[in-house]
Write a new protein. Structure first.
Length: 557
């Protein structure tokens, strides 16, 4: 394909990357709004993430099951272009469903919230199909050697979506003016803030999905493209994933049943709910252990799961997505929770309401953008001296973009807040210098920094605790490509299938945030961040373990 056509095709393609980022980060505004509007607990509010990220898992699993049944890759039959178009149409249907289910809904109608979750599930189901097609599509749009350049560009666009998403959605729902807690409550009571704004938002988004689908359909520069790799069967892996799915559905299904009616939850019911959430988490860990140990004895029928680096990498992706999402998703509650009548939240900071959260949630997701911009430096192969300069300058340029976007949105950080986050960025820059672009070392350094950030947040208070939690975005930012690279290293013809298994493990964003939400309900919101410490601990273990495995196999990474 002509180079100019490649650029036009890539420009069209990156629009869907923007959508994913915009939506994922916007959920962090939608979650505390739903908790207030529908009068639900912290666990229930985190079901927004369960529906959204669970759809990624279900979508990828269904594609794998149907492909196994017909012994052909369904996406390869459709072509990447059509896969994205179908995904956008499914997301459009989800937007229409959202408009219909919230029509006439009033505050406190908890049952409507579950229909909202269904609509979100359908939107994200479309995203699952789009993502499965778009990543290999970006690589196929030119020389495979420069494929990482295009993925980094797309990742940068995705991160920009995560940065502005919370600000845009906060503006649409709450308006431009900063509201006091009393003003915010009165506006909800007087129906000045209602789900009508959400209807307007989703109608607009549905139209954008249709426009994007039309761009893809009518674009002459955008070829259909298909993979020339044969579909590799993996019946044992398929059956194990189906069992895992049934266990998760059973656990969450029972928990949902305990929320029927308006009766007050007893301590016994709360403990049962928490136990079942841990069962769902342990089911994922057990799945990895069974695949790891069984494939080591007899690898027939396991497909890509016969490679230990892939199986352990699946759990690493699960933990990574889980911790990235859960830090941001529970951040709103962390900043809202008032301690008795002191007027301060659990961090000892002034209590914020839903309309005031966007600035901090934007900063958290902006931290991921900062790291991804830095990660993109290497692919342009600068000289060593220039690279060292860029490693220092680029993060602060990205920080400037975040501050500018917030300023345009009418949000301003105090000098003290800017200084606190600048210190966090400086620590991240130091981490990049220590890691030296090596995937294993990068994962070790940033897992350790993430763990330390969460521990400081757990034991400190005030701005120190707040920015320690916010630093999680900076330290998570560079992990995805490291885990992905290490997990598929040496897979050969199983690389495509291994990638699909890794995409399924976005499931972590569906399991870990609700688990943290229930920990917050039973204990406290601040102490619930121990779950984030656990996730970073596994990622640190994975970095050490996968190095041993790959060295033993003689695989370069």
């Amino acid at each position: 394909m002509h180079n100019q056509n490649n650029k036009s095709a890539l420009a069209t393609l990156v629009t869907v990357f923007f959508f994913w980022g915009f939506f994922a980060a916007s959920n962090n505004i939608f979650i505390p709004f739903c908790k207030t509007y529908f009068n639900i607990d912290q666990f229930q509010s985190q079901l927004v993430d369960f529906a959204f990220y669970g759809a990624y898992y279900i979508g990828a699993l269904l594609l794998f099951i149907f492909s196994s049944f017909i012994k052909k890759d369904i996406l390869n039959i459709w072509g990447y272009k059509n896969g994205i178009i179908y995904g956008l149409l499914i997301s459009t249907i989800g937007s229409i469903i959202m408009y219909l289910v919230v029509n006439g809904a009033e505050k406190g109608q908890t049952e409507i919230f579950y229909f909202v979750l269904f609509a979100l599930f359908i939107v994200a189901l479309g995203f699952s199909l789009q993502q499965t097609a778009a990543n290999p599509f970006a690589i196929a749009l030119g020389d495979p050697q420069t494929g990482s350049h295009r993925l980094n560009l797309a990742g940068g666009i995705n991160s920009f979506g995560t940065t502005i998403g919370p600000l845009v959605v906060s503006y649409i729902i709450f308006g431009a003016a900063a509201l006091s807690n009393e003003e915010f409550t009165n506006k909800i009571l007087n129906d000045e803030i209602s789900l009508k704004t959400v209807q307007t938002l989703y109608i607009g988004i549905g139209i954008l999905f249709l426009v994007a689908a039309s761009l893809f359909y009518f674009s002459k520069q955008l070829p259909s493209l298909k993979s020339d790799l044969a579909f590799e069967p993996a019946n044992k892996a398929r059956n194990l994933l189906i069992i895992l799915t049934l266990v998760i559905i059973s656990c969450f299904g029972y928990i949902f049943s305990t929320y029927k009616g308006n009766s007050e939850a007893t301590e016994s019911i709360e403990q049962t709910r928490l136990l079942l959430l841990f069962v769902a988490l342990l089911a994922v860990v057990a799945t990895v252990f069974v695949a790891y140990s069984s494939a080591a004895k007899n690898d027939k029928g396991w497909g890509a799961m016969k490679y230990p680096q892939l199986v352990l990498g699946m759990l690493a992706i699960f933990m990574y997505v889980g911790v990235e999402v859960t830090i941001g998703s529970n951040l709103g509650e962390l900043l809202k929770q008032e301690i008795e009548t002191s007027g301060l939240n659990s961090l000892g900071l002034p209590v914020l309401n839903d309309s005031q959260l966007g600035i901090y949630i934007s900063l958290y997701w902006g931290g991921l953008m900062i790291g991804r911009w830095v990660g993109a430096i290497t692919v342009f192969d600068p000289s060593k001296g220039l690279k060292n300069v860029l490693l220092i300058i680029v993060p602060f340029i990205a920080f400037g973009v975040i501050l500018t976007v917030n300023y345009i949105a009418g949000n301003e950080f105090s000098a003290k807040e800017i200084l606190f986050f600048a210190v966090c960025i400086a620590i991240q820059v130091l981490g990049f210098f220590l890691a030296r672009d090596r995937p294993v070392k990068t994962l070790k350094v940033f897992s350790l920094l993430g763990m330390l950030g969460m521990l400081i947040g757990l034991f400190a208070s005030g701005n120190v605790a707040l920015f320690a939690f916010l630093s999680g975005g900076l330290f998570c930012s560079i992990m995805w490509p490291c885990i992905f690279t290490l997990s598929i290293a040496g897979l050969g013809k199983y690389t495509s299938q291994g990638s699909a298994f890794l995409i399924m493990m976005i499931l972590g964003g569906a399991i870990i945030p609700p688990l943290q939400g229930k920990l917050a309900d039973v204990f406290s919101i601040q102490s619930s961040y121990w779950i984030a410490v656990g996730c970073f601990t596994y990622l640190l273990f994975y970095a050490f373990r996968t190095k041993t495995i790959l060295d033993k196999q003689g695989v370069e990474y």
